[in-house]
Design a protein around this ligand. Structure first.
Ligand code: ZN
Length: 166
């Protein structure tokens, strides 16, 4: 049991991170509690998941992730404008806010509010971080085997079984 384990598919990994853009601006960071995820199940951006493979507890890495391995490249013509009245009147609309929508093929998709100009709300299928190269400073703080339930769900559960939302 004392053998150190390295990150492999099906392991639950805990890590702290700071995410910066190309200009060194901090975009996101872990809180007091580390980020927890199930490795190999696409729960974090693919480029970071790939670079965490084989790491051990205590390892620190600086991972540079291009858009293709993060939130995709920014696509032209992916924005359209919708009238404010298409949204519930009591809904607070903010730039960067994700919206669940139904595509023409009936599939559920996520759109983001790109810009609000008066009564025109511009929505886009580009993720707010599409086109961005991501710079992660990561420290691995925990690795454990997953439970069969976690593998069945395809994601990690909290250390005490809390924080489970479906
Ligand atoms: Zn679950």
């Amino acid at each position: 049991m004392s053998e150190p384990i390295t990150i492999q598919d099906g392991h639950v990994v805990l890590f702290h991170y700071v995410l910066k853009d190309d200009g060194g601006q901090v975009l996101d960071a872990s809180d007091a509690d580390p980020m927890i995820y199930l490795h190999g199940y696409g729960n974090i951006v693919p480029g970071l998941e790939r670079q965490l493979l084989g790491k051990s507890v205590g390892d620190e890495l600086h991972a540079v992730v291009p858009p293709e391995e993060a939130y995709g490249v920014r696509r032209e013509g992916a924005t359209e404008s919708v009238h404010r009245s298409a949204f519930p009147s009591d809904m607070q609309l903010e730039v960067g806010m994700p919206l669940r929508a139904e595509g023409s093929d009936g599939q559920s998709m996520v759109l983001w509010i790109d810009k609000i100009e008066g009564a025109r709300v511009h929505v886009t299928s580009n993720h707010p971080l599409a086109g961005a190269t991501l710079h992660f400073d990561v420290k691995v703080v925990g690795i454990r085997e997953s439970t069969p339930e976690e593998v069945a769900h395809g994601h990690a559960h909290g250390p005490h079984g809390h924080g489970h939302h479906h």
